[in-house]
Design a protein around this ligand. Structure first.
Ligand SMILES: [Zn+2]
Length: 382
C-alpha cells in the first residue's frame, strides 16, 4: 500500500513547479490536504493534491498541467501526514518544486496576481478584494475544489465567461529580470553567497525551471522564503513555451531557453528531452525517431531543426491546408513564425502554447492512476 502511494506521489511530483511559464494555478497546500470531504479519508492527505490537480486538468481540458503550491512550513512536520508524505514534502521543498513559507499570509493571492493565474481554494478572501480586485470581480480567477461525481470539480466564485489572462504589469516587470537571494543555497533565487559571478551562474543553471516571482510585501523584490531583499542579476533569459498536441489534444508544455534547447521525439536520449512514445499509435511510433525535432532559440528566433530519419513538416500559421504544408527534411532548420506548427507525423504537432486556446481533452489522464482504491474511495453519502 505504502509503495503504491509513493508511486502516486512521484507522479504528483511532476506536477508541482514554481516555474511561472508552466504552472496553471496556485494553491495553498496546507489547505488542500485537509479537504477531507473529497475522499472521506484521513484528516490530512497529500492524495488530495493529486485529486485537485486532476480537477484542474479536466477544467482546462489538458494533460499534465502543473500547479504552484505555497506550503506553510508547519506542514512539513504535520503529524496528520504520514512520515513518507512529510519526507516527500521536504524533498519538494529542498528542490524548489514548492514554495515553503513561515507565514504564507496572502502569498497565494500575490503569486496568482503577478502571474495572472487562478487560485484553487475554498477561501472567499473578501477582505482581500481591495488589493486584489479580481478575487470578487473576475470570472475564473477563484476556483473552489468541491466534491463531484467523477472526482473534485472546480466551482467558479465569480460566474461568467473566462478571458485569458497573463502576468500583471508588475508581474511582467519582475519576470523580466533574474533575482538573487543572499541566503546561501536558496533554491528559489540562485543562492550562493560570495562565490563570484560564475558560481552564481552555475547555480542558476542547476535549477531545472524558471525562477518564481519575488514577493513585494516589503515594497521591494524580496525572497519569500528568507525575507531577504533580492538583488537584480540581470535580464531573464528569453524563452518560448511550447505545447505538444497529439490528435487534437494538448499533452504537455515545455520551455525552450537560449541556453537550453529541447529535443522532442519518441524517446530522446537527452535528459531534458520530451518523450512522446506513450501517446503514439504504432504507425506514429514507427515513423517518429527517438530524437526527431530539436527546438532552440537563436537570437530572438525560435528555430526548429529536424534531426530525424523520416523528416517533419511545418504548417505555416497553423494552416491545415495540405498544399501549404512545408516539408522539413532531415537536418533542415526553419525559423518558426507566430502560429507555425511543426508536425512530426500527421496529427503529432508542436507549436507555441498560445496557438491553442483549448487543451481539447475531455478526459485527461489522472495523476492518481497508481492510487490504491482505499486512498480514493468516495465519501459516504448517507
Ligand atoms: Zn532566498
Amino acid at each position: 500500500m505504502r509503495f503504491e502511494i509513493s508511486k502516486v506521489l512521484d507522479a504528483i511530483e511532476d506536477r508541482v513547479s514554481t516555474d511561472p511559464s508552466l504552472v496553471r494555478a496556485v494553491l495553498d497546500l496546507a489547505e488542500v490536504v485537509r479537504y477531507q470531504d473529497l475522499d472521506g479519508g484521513r484528516p490530512a492527505s497529500t492524495m488530495r493534491l493529486g485529486m485537485v490537480i486532476d480537477a484542474l486538468g479536466r477544467h482546462l481540458e489538458e494533460d499534465n498541467v502543473p500547479v504552484y503550491a505555497v506550503v506553510h512550513r508547519a506542514l512539513l512536520s504535520d503529524a496528520d501526514l504520514t512520515s513518507n508524505e512529510r519526507m516527500v514534502l521536504r524533498r519538494w521543498a529542498d528542490n524548489g518544486l514548492v514554495e515553503v513559507l513561515v507565514n504564507p499570509a496572502d502569498r497565494v493571492l500575490e503569486v496568482a496576481d503577478l502571474l495572472g493565474l487562478p487560485v484553487l481554494s475554498r477561501g472567499r478572501f473578501d477582505g482581500m478584494s481591495g488589493r486584489f480586485p479580481w478575487v470578487t470581480s473576475v470570472p475564473g480567477r477563484l476556483l473552489a475544489p468541491l466534491p463531484g461525481a467523477g472526482g473534485p470539480v472546480l466551482a467558479q466564485r465569480v460566474k461568467g465567461n473566462v478571458a485569458a489572462t497573463g502576468p500583471s504589469p508588475t508581474g511582467r516587470k519582475l519576470l523580466a529580470r533574474t533575482w538573487r537571494c543572499k541566503e546561501p543555497g536558496c533554491v528559489l533565487f540562485g543562492g550562493g553567497g560570495g562565490g563570484g559571478a560564475f558560481a552564481d551562474l552555475a547555480e542558476i543553471d542547476r535549477k531545472p525551471s524558471g525562477q518564481p516571482p519575488p514577493t513585494l510585501r516589503t515594497g521591494m523584490p524580496t525572497c519569500p522564503r528568507h525575507d531577504q531583499r533580492l538583488s537584480d542579476a540581470g535580464p531573464r533569459p528569453t524563452e518560448e513555451v511550447l505545447s505538444i498536441r497529439i490528435g487534437g489534444m494538448v499533452r504537455r508544455r515545455f520551455v525552450v531557453t537560449a541556453d537550453r534547447p529541447v529535443v522532442v521525439g519518441r524517446a530522446p536520449d537527452d535528459s531534458g528531452g520530451v518523450r512522446l512514445g506513450q501517446w503514439l499509435n504504432d504507425e506514429a511510433r514507427r515513423w517518429i525517431s527517438r530524437s526527431h525535432v530539436r527546438f532552440e532559440l537563436r537570437g530572438g528566433d525560435l528555430v526548429a531543426q529536424d534531426v530525424s530519419t523520416n523528416g517533419s513538416g511545418v504548417r505555416p500559421g497553423g494552416s491545415m491546408d495540405e498544399a501549404e504544408r512545408v516539408a522539413l527534411a532531415r537536418q533542415q532548420s526553419r525559423v518558426m513564425r507566430g502560429g507555425d506548427i511543426v508536425e512530426l507525423y500527421p496529427g503529432v504537432q508542436v507549436g507555441r502554447s498560445s496557438t491553442w486556446n483549448s487543451g481539447g481533452m475531455t478526459n485527461p489522464s489522472s495523476v492518481m492512476a497508481e492510487a490504491p482504491t482505499m486512498a480514493i474511495r468516495l465519501p459516504d453519502r448517507g
